[in-house]
Design a binder for this molecule. Structure first.
Ligand SMILES: [Zn+2]
Length: 509
């Protein structure tokens, strides 16, 4: 049973798919006028995990995400740069994919663009005009009439009268009600335009998502997602115009999920806030963050809070996540090492083969624990996709693996007593968690086994003393090549030697 928090009902509901064994999702994509910033990345990483979770739970997933490639911001940017609007869009769509690939975000089934959906948009606007939910002005604009729609405001839970206060109302003399919104905008000089029954123009912002979801997912689909800043007016308008056109108040998305903001100093991260852009300088776009931290670490950081909660994002936090990630990576390699030994025939194939009458070694306990943690992991994900809790279950498994591995390397567990099948199952469970969270799809860093290297620090000190004194002897004998060789090979092993007036000293790189 999967429970989700539905913005529409403002409550946690049991998810019932429209079609058994299938999940259809529409997530609002980016307006590609700039490379994506870290706040933009959150909904896509969130939905990527949700998709993976559904897929791993046996659902067939249909996922649609748009590009708003016709928009004021793109047109303005193109004019600033003296290039075409489509050049601006294409360049930033490429930047979007580059950033998302680095964050292991799987591609959508389809990425519709406004410029490629104009016919469907015009058809939808025409339906709304025919049904009298929309009107055409003398200037060739088409507006949705909020007063014609008695349920307008149901998603955000606002009444028409409340919306007026504080709303950014577009000033337009020809609007019948200040909250009416544009479905179609008459062409202005220097803007891209398409022919329509109302003259040359281009779509308003909201209508594209209704047209695209209708085209690719049908009149009803399971999930609609996006950042919580989209609830009003964007999603409110989507739901209004879609249900008005379809004449069915149960049509369109069944569950509305909205992710919280990424914050910096408790303020929402936004492209348009200039003061903040200064504060977050060098750590704002996904590309800038990726220049300092690996993609999988950034991804893990974005998943360490529940998607609905705000997430404070700064370098310290990502650095903390990096330590955390390294602990997971260490368990990954420990399981790989054990698996290699199993394949090399160092362990028994299974318990029955050796005819053990008792449960051998501690592997039995380890696999029981792993199965329990996997069940917890799924329970956390089934409870409104609680990645924060799911990650802690994976971390717990990493700790268990570490304890087991430590006993193994210390000789407390003999290979002959290990049931290889059991270890492979633990590795499979660890990999299943990683797959859902989208980790370890890029080369996994080899994490030095701290227990091992720090186990006998006195011995290391003693050995280093001997090595450095041999190097000193070589130097005294003017045997520079040997002295250099010692220094270079120590460096390759992660130890830096520095010559000081008091003699050579060493430290770990
Ligand atoms: Zn949208």
């Amino acid at each position: 049973m999967i429970k989700v928090f539905n913005t529409l009902s403002r409550s946690k509901e049991i998810f019932k798919p429209l079609n058994q064994g299938e999940v259809s999702i529409y997530c609002c994509g980016v307006t590609p006028y700039n490379p994506p910033h870290i706040g933009n990345a959150r909904p896509f990483v969130t939905w990527d995990v949700i998709r993976r979770f559904f897929a791993k739970s046996g659902y067939k997933v249909h996922y649609v995400q748009n590009f708003t490639d016709v928009d004021d911001k793109i047109i303005n940017r193109a004019n600033e740069l003296g290039v075409s609007w489509s050049d601006v869009a294409e360049k930033n769509i490429a930047a979007y994919f580059k950033s998302m690939d680095a964050l292991n975000v799987r591609r959508a089934d389809i990425y519709p663009k406004v410029s490629e959906t104009i016919d469907d948009i015009i058809k939808l606007v025409a339906t709304l005009v025919d049904k009298d939910f929309a009107y055409v002005t003398d200037g060739g604009d088409v507006f949705y009439s909020v007063e014609k729609d008695s349920s307008y405001g149901k998603l955000s839970g606002r009444k028409l009268s409340d919306m007026m206060a504080g709303a950014r109302v577009e000033v337009n003399e020809s609007k019948r009600h200040p909250m009416d919104f544009a479905l179609w905008k008459a062409a202005k000089p220097g803007e891209p335009f398409w022919d329509s029954p109302w003259g040359k123009g281009r779509p308003g912002w909201h209508i594209e998502c209704s047209a695209m979801s209708l085209k690719y997912l049908g009149a009803k689909f399971d999930f609609h997602g996006g950042g919580s800043d989209l609830i009003f007016p964007h999603h409110e308008n989507e739901i209004a115009q879609s249900q008005a056109a379809l004449g069915d108040e149960n049509s369109f998305a069944q569950y509305w999920l909205h992710n919280g903001f990424i914050t910096k100093g408790n303020k929402k991260l936004s492209k348009s806030d200039k003061s903040q852009a200064k504060e977050t300088k060098g750590f704002f776009t996904v590309e800038e963050v990726l220049a300092k931290f690996p993609g999988e670490v950034v991804r893990l950081c974005l998943l360490q809070a529940h998607y609905r909660n705000p997430l404070e994002f700064n370098e310290d936090r990502v650095a903390e996540t990096q330590d955390f990630y390294r602990k997971l990576a260490k368990a990954y390699w420990q399981l790989e090492t054990l698996a290699e030994k199993i394949h090399a025939g160092e362990f028994v194939k299974d318990t029955a083969e050796k005819n053990f009458a008792i449960t051998v070694s501690r592997a039995g306990g380890l696999v029981e624990e792993a199965e329990r943690l996997l069940a917890n992991f799924y329970a956390a994900m089934s409870d409104d996709f609680n990645t924060a809790l799911a990650i802690s279950e994976m971390f717990e498994l990493a700790r268990e693996v570490g304890d087991y591995y430590k006993d193994f390397t210390a000789g407390k567990i003999l290979p002959v007593t290990i049931d290889g099948g059991i270890i492979l199952r633990v590795r499979e469970i660890f990999a299943e968690m990683a797959e859902i969270l989208g980790l370890f799809e890029q080369p996994v860093p080899k994490v030095v086994d701290e227990e091992k290297s720090d186990a006998q620090p006195e011995l290391v000190d003693a050995l280093m003393k001997i090595i450095l004194s041999l190097r000193q002897d070589a130097r005294a004998a003017k045997n520079w090549s040997t002295a250099d060789k010692i220094r270079d090979e120590l460096k390759a092993a992660g130890i830096v030697v520095e010559d000081t007036p008091d003699g050579a000293i060493w430290k770990r790189a």
